[in-house]
Design a protein around this ligand. Structure first.
Ligand code: FAD
Length: 468
C-alpha cells in the first residue's frame, strides 16, 4: 500500500528535514532497511504502512514528533508495547511515534515507587522491581507494554489485592497536543490525571509513569487444569469462591487447549480442558492450607500451583504467545455468572477453534471495587468479572473460523452482561462501544479532550471525540 498523497506532500518539505536532523533517535521511512520489521505490531492481523516511524529516545524527541505531526497535519500513532488488538500503535500513512527505545526505570525502594518510561514492557518493570522484592499490579503476561495497558486500566494478578494498575498510578509526565510537557497527578493537572486513568492515549503521549510498589516477591500460584467434563461444576465452584475469597488470592478461569509440549503431561496434549490460574500473595507458610479448600473441589488433572517468583508467574505464558500470531478480541463485563451463563460457557468453551484460542474470566472485585465508578475514567467498578474471548492462530487460514466462533460466543453471553467492555481487550468497535465503556464518565472525558486536544491529534486509540 502507498502512503496517502497528502502525507507524501506534507513530508517532502523542510519541516521534515529539520525534524530528521534534530531527532536523537532513529527515523525510518518507507523503503529503508528495517522498515517492514519496524512497522509490525504484535497482532499479525494488522498490516499498516506508515510514512515515517520515529523511534524516540527522550522527551525532546517526543515533543519534536508531536509538533511535526500537528504542524504538518499528519496522522499520528503512538506506540508503547505494540500489543494492542486493533493495532492502534501503527497507522497507514502519517507518523508512528515509537516509544520502544525509552526504557528507563528507576526504583525508589525507600519510597516504594518506580518511575517507568513509556517504552517499557511489564517484563522490564518486573525485572527492575523484583531486585527489591517489590511489584506493582500489571497484567498476566510480561511482553505487554506498560503504556497501553496502564492507560486502559490494567487488569492482572494483583487486581483483587491492590486494585487495577491505574489504582497504583501516582503521576504521569506527558506531552500534550500543543507540544507542552506537563506532570499530572492528584494535585497538578488533576483533570488530566483523572482522564488518563482509563481514558487511553487520548490526551497526550505519556513519557513516564510513577507507580506505587508493594512487597511482592515469591507468591504461590500457577495453573490448575481439570477435564472439560468438570467445566460447569468448576465454573460454579470458582465463581462462588472468588466472590467471597480474601483479597490476597486471585484466580482467573480459562478454557484452553493443552499445548503439545512439556511441561504438560503427554496424555493431555491437544485436549480441550478448563483451568484456573492462581496467585496468592499472603504468607507462604499458610499457602498449602489455603489451597486445600480449592483442591478439595476435585483433584486437578494437572496441578502446577506452588511457590513461584513473581516475574516467573508473570512471564509463564510469554512463550506460548510469541509476537506475530493472528488475534481477534471480544470482551464484556459481568456482574454475576448465572447458571444459565455457565451452560453457555461450557457449550462454546468446548468449541475452541484453534490451539491458541481461549476464553478467560478475570475477577475484578476486591480492591478493584474500592474506587467509585467516577473516581477514575475507567468506570466499571461495580462488576465482578471481565471476560475476554480471543481467537488466536499463527496463520490467517483460520481467521474466518475463529472470528465466527468468537462472535457467536460473545453474542450468546452478551445478554447476561453488564454492557460496555474493557477497551484494552476489543478490536475497533466504534464510537458507541467507547461511550458504553465509559458510561456517565464520557461527557467529562469529552470536555477534557476538548480542553487539551481540540483537533483530535491523538485519535489512533479507542477515540473520545472532543466535546464541541
Ligand atoms: C498477549 C496479550 C496479553 C494481554 N494481557 C493483558 C492483561 O493481562 N491485562 C490487561 O489489562 N490487558 C492485557 N492485554 C491488553 C493490553 O492491555 C492492550 O493490548 C494494550 O493496548 C497494550 O498496550 P501496548 O502499550 O503494548 O500497546 P500499543 O499497541 O503500543 O498501544 C495501545 C494504545 O495505547 C496507546 N499508548 C501506548 N503507550 C502510550 C503512551 N505512553 N502514551 C500515550 N498513549 C500510549 C497507543 O497509542 C494505542 O492507542 C493483553 C494484550 C495481549 C496482546
Amino acid at each position: 500500500m502507498r502512503v496517502q498523497e497528502h502525507d507524501n506532500a506534507a513530508l517532502a518539505d523542510t519541516a521534515l528535514q529539520n525534524f530528521a536532523s534534530r531527532l536523537r533517535g532513529e527515523l525510518i521511512r518507507q523503503g529503508d532497511a528495517g522498515y517492514d520489521a519496524a512497522r509490525k505490531v504484535y497482532n499479525g492481523m494488522i498490516d499498516k504502512h506508515p510514512a515515517l516511524i520515529a523511534r524516540c529516545v527522550d522527551v525532546a524527541d517526543v515533543i519534536a514528533a508531536v509538533n511535526l505531526a500537528r504542524e504538518r497535519q499528519l496522522t499520528l500513532a503512538v506506540r508503547g508495547g505494540g500489543h494492542n488488538g486493533p493495532g492502534l500503535g501503527v497507522c497507514d500513512g502519517g507518523l508512528v511515534l515509537d516509544l520502544s527505545r525509552m526504557k528507563g526505570i528507576r526504583v525508589d525502594p525507600a519510597a516504594r515507587t518506580v518511575r517507568v518510561e513509556g517504552g517499557c514492557t511489564w517484563g522490564d518493570v518486573d525485572h527492575a522491581t523484583h531486585a527489591f522484592g517489590l511489584a506493582t499490579p500489571s497484567g498476566f503476561i510480561s511482553t505487554t507494554g506498560v503504556g497501553g495497558l496502564t492507560l486502559g486500566g490494567g487488569i492482572g494478578y494483583l487486581a483483587r489485592t491492590y486494585g487495577l494498575t491505574i489504582d497504583n498510578l501516582l503521576e504521569v509526565d506527558m506531552v500534550l497536543a500543543d507540544g507542552r510537557l506537563v506532570t499530572a497527578n492528584a494535585e497538578k493537572y488533576a483533570d488530566l490525571f483523572w482522564a488518563v486513568r482509563g481514558g487511553g492515549g487520548n490526551f497526550g503521549v505519556v513519557t513516564s509513569f510513577l507507580f506505587k510498589l508493594h512487597p511482592i516477591s515469591t507468591v504461590y500460584g500457577g495453573p490448575m487444569i481439570w477435564p472439560m467434563e468438570q467445566a460447569a461444576d468448576l465454573l460454579k465452584f470458582w465463581r462462588d469462591f472468588i466472590l467471597d475469597a480474601p483479597e490476597d488470592i486471585n484466580g482467573w478461569f480459562a478454557f484452553i487447549t493443552v499445548p503439545p509440549a512439556p511441561p504438560f503431561p503427554e496424555q493431555f496434549h491437544m485436549q480441550k480442558m478448563c483451568a484456573v490460574v492462581w496467585c496468592y500473595t499472603g504468607p507462604l507458610d499458610q499457602a498449602e492450607q489455603r489451597f486445600k479448600a480449592i483442591r478439595a473441589f476435585g483433584p486437578p488433572a494437572v496441578d502446577f500451583a506452588g511457590p513461584i517468583p513473581w516475574p516467573v508467574l508473570q512471564s509463564m505464558f510469554d512463550a506460548l504467545y510469541p509476537a506475530g500470531l493472528q488475534w481477534y478480541w471480544k470482551a464484556d463485563f459481568f456482574r454475576e455468572l448465572s447458571d444459565q451463563a455457565v451452560d453457555l460457557h461450557v457449550k462454546y468453551g468446548a468449541q475452541l477453534p484453534t490451539m491458541h484460542s481461549t476464553m478467560h474470566i478475570y475477577p475484578i472485585n476486591g480492591a478493584a471495587h474500592r474506587p467509585g465508578r467516577s473516581d477514575t475514567a475507567f468506570s466499571f467498578r461495580d462488576v465482578n468479572f471481565a471476560q475476554v474471548i480471543v481467537g488466536v492462530h499463527p496463520d490467517p487460514s483460520q481467521n474466518e473460523r475463529m472470528i465466527a466462533w468468537a462472535r457467536d460466543y460473545w453474542l450468546a453471553l452478551h445478554a447476561h452482561s453488564a454492557g460496555g467492555a474493557y477497551l484494552n481487550m476489543i478490536m475497533d468497535e466504534g464510537e458507541d462501544m467507547v461511550k458504553a465503556a465509559y458510561r456517565d464518565n464520557y461527557p467529562r472525558l469529552a470536555q477534557i479532550k476538548a480542553a487539551y486536544d481540540q483537533t483530535n491529534l491523538f485519535r489512533m486509540n479507542q477515540n473520545i471525540k472532543p466535546a464541541s
